[in-house]
Write a protein that binds this ligand. Structure first.
Ligand SMILES: [Zn+2]
Ligand SMILES: [Zn+2]
Length: 164
């Protein structure tokens, strides 16, 4: 008895698409920093590199960058700590839409969103200093205070200068 040959489908290695950006030919940082939506040759950049590259791939934490924003020149993320940090912070924010901060820190080993951020400190009912962190701007921190005004004694906003 003859059986038909089984059909083998070519399996491709699964690549998770970026969760930050559509692959539409625009550079993530040209768009983000300069409002430039022009299409240009792009390279894929994994936001968290080294040992975290595999995690960046697994969670779609990658972006498409033009050469000037990837590897060539002073604005390139591989040369520019500020631009690198923008991607890392955006990447963590995107991750945290689906997962917790604890998970992020457990997987990637670091929290990128508290550095250089603003925090509110106040005194609680027992006289202890309480701290709420993670405000992007001092305005955000003051808005949060206004929302919780009745529960907060002597609220103050602090900002840490970001140091590498
Ligand atoms: Zn660019
Ligand atoms: Zn890269």
């Amino acid at each position: 008895m003859m059986y038909p040959k089984p059909v083998y489908k070519k399996k491709r290695k699964q690549h998770k698409p970026s969760i930050l950006q559509f692959k539409d030919g625009t550079c993530y940082l040209c768009t983000r920093l300069n409002g430039d939506y022009g299409r240009k040759p792009l390279q894929e950049h994994h936001i968290f590199g080294g040992p975290n590259r595999i995690h960046s791939e697994a969670y779609g934490l990658k972006v498409y960058l033009c050469i000037e924003h990837h590897t060539a020149g002073p604005a390139a993320v591989h040369n520019n700590a500020d631009n690198m940090r923008i991607l890392q912070r955006d990447g963590q924010r995107a991750f945290e839409k689906e997962h917790t901060r604890e998970e992020f820190v457990r997987i990637f080993g670091k929290n990128y969103l508290d550095d250089g951020n603003y925090r509110v400190e106040w005194i609680d009912d027992e006289g202890f200093i309480r701290i709420k962190r993670g405000f992007e701007t001092s305005e955000e921190a003051y808005e949060w205070i206004n929302k919780h005004r009745r529960r907060l004694d002597y609220p103050m906003v602090f900002g840490d200068a970001y140091e590498e």
